[in-house]
Ligand binder design. Structure first.
Ligand code: ZN
Length: 461
């Protein structure tokens, strides 16, 4: 029953008229703040943190970081002030806040509390409240566990109806976890639905309000982004955080539910102005490919004919000595300078080189483990790369004299155009070991021999 009727019943005629007029002006004045809670999830909070941490470590290697300790300290201080007013639904996250030296207006938060803010977002913010608004939105994605909620749905789609064994058998599959631990294919963690966006807006507004900031600042920042980029490419932020319908109206409604804009709401601080000045003086990291699909990628020098040796726990291999090693043990890449960059959404992307990973084998008999696990791997890759296609079905080959499968796929290249991905998989005690050889389709023949040499050099222990 509405309160309006009860109020009307309790008052005299003159007072009633007044009450109803004022209610019409603030129809939600008595409403409670919107209650939100994380959606369905196959992952545990600990898995959120593990996946987020693995991605964050790679992000720090692949992205140009500001390396400005004062700015990182300021972001951490502001972030923790906001976290103090965030409902994490009982979870404890190891919050980290980092500044990325990228002028694109964007920010992202990995599951588990690893938040990255581009210098472009700091530069574009008019005051501390707007930056706090973006960060409050990001930490809300973490607390509402949107990244792994989406990954759970993706896994569900992958398993398909009727195959409940995988779910009952213990949540998220090892293959999925392993896939999601790679920043380059981690897109599913960061591309939110419009529903998730609305929830992050509402929660972010609550956090701003409770931290004493002007609760309109977040929506104002998004409106400003939209207005300033009208007719141009939308800012990166909206490619990861799609603009939900009635964004500003929904935020305004939440502010009414919270009791309206507080009279002494904070907007700016000297610390923000100092951090913004410092960020504006940082050297600008050049974007290597104007008009290309990704930044930081440019046609590399030819692979050297001299090779370096890499020793992993379970194998050794040789790679051209003018290539660099990225990542670590279970998820490693070897690529030339210019072969690795960031895609349009700021995610790490490899255009030239070889990736080696291990993915646990699940639900497979010893007899068909290679086929089953390879199929699971390819399905998982397709899940995070919607345009990926098999161009040559798996065929049997040998790698270091062990049975292996060779599969060719095509995908969008971060260098623009189409790439070829040649995947070799082999079953080892630690799981399915996979080697993904990647180069733009048009240049693939220049790399074929090098990829062959690398694979020929593989020795399992
Ligand atoms: Zn968002």
């Amino acid at each position: 029953m509405s309160k309006q009727i009860r109020i009307a019943a309790a008052c005299g005629a003159a007072a009633c008229a007044l009450t109803i007029v004022s209610l019409a002006g603030a129809p939600l004045a008595w409403a409670q703040k919107t209650q939100l809670k994380p959606g369905w999830n196959l992952f545990s909070v600990q898995q959120d943190i593990a996946v987020g941490k693995a991605n964050a470590q790679q992000a720090e290697r692949l992205l140009p970081m500001c390396n400005a300790p004062k700015v990182d300290a300021y972001l951490s201080q502001l972030g923790m002030k906001l976290v103090a007013h965030l409902d994490t639904h009982g979870a404890q996250y190891p919050w980290e806040f980092h500044c990325v030296n990228d002028r694109a207006i964007n920010a992202f938060a990995l599951p588990g509390g690893y938040v990255f803010v581009n210098r472009g977002a700091i530069e574009a913010a008019d005051n501390e409240a707007q930056l706090a608004g973006v960060m409050a939105h990001e930490i809300s994605h973490v607390a509402l566990r949107h990244g792994t909620n989406q990954a759970s749905k993706a896994q569900m789609a992958q398993i398909g109806e009727g195959v409940f064994g995988g779910l009952l058998g213990g949540g998220v599959s090892g293959a999925m976890l392993s896939q999601l631990s790679s920043f380059a294919v981690g897109g599913v963690l960061l591309r939110y639905s419009r529903t998730a966006e609305t929830q992050a807006d509402i929660s972010g507004t609550q956090v701003l309000y409770e931290s004493g900031y002007d609760p309109r600042a977040m929506a104002q920042f998004f409106e400003k982004l939209e207005a300033e980029t009208k007719g141009k490419n939308p800012p990166e932020f909206f490619s990861d955080h799609p603009n939900p319908d009635h964004r500003v109206e929904r935020v305004d409604e939440e502010i009414q539910r919270l009791g309206g804009i507080p009279p002494n709401a904070r907007r700016d601080s000297q610390e923000f102005e100092a951090a913004k000045r410092e960020v504006m003086n940082l050297p600008v990291v050049k974007k290597a490919v104007p008009g290309g699909g990704a930044t930081g990628i440019s046609r590399p020098a030819a692979p050297s004919a001299n090779y370096s040796t890499y020793q992993a726990t379970g194998y050794t291999l040789k790679y051209p000595d003018n290539w660099k090693k990225y990542g670590d043990q279970d998820n490693i890449a070897f690529a030339p300078d210019g072969g690795v960059g960031n895609d349009a959404s700021g995610h790490g992307a490899l255009a030239y080189g070889i990736t080696v990973g291990i993915s646990p084998i699940q639900n497979a008999d010893a007899g068909n483990a290679l086929d089953t696990a390879t199929q699971q791997l390819i399905d998982g890759l397709k899940q995070s790369n919607p345009n990926m296609k098999v161009t040559r079905q798996s065929s049997r080959v040998r790698l270091n004299n062990l049975p292996a499968l060779s599969t060719y796929l095509s995908n969008d290249s971060p260098a623009g155009g189409i790439e070829t991905d040649w995947i070799i998989t082999v079953v080892r005690p630690e799981g399915l070991v996979y080697f993904v050889c990647t180069a733009p389709q048009a240049e693939y023949s220049n790399y074929d021999k090098t990829f062959g040499n690398i694979l020929d050099s593989v020795r399992f222990k």
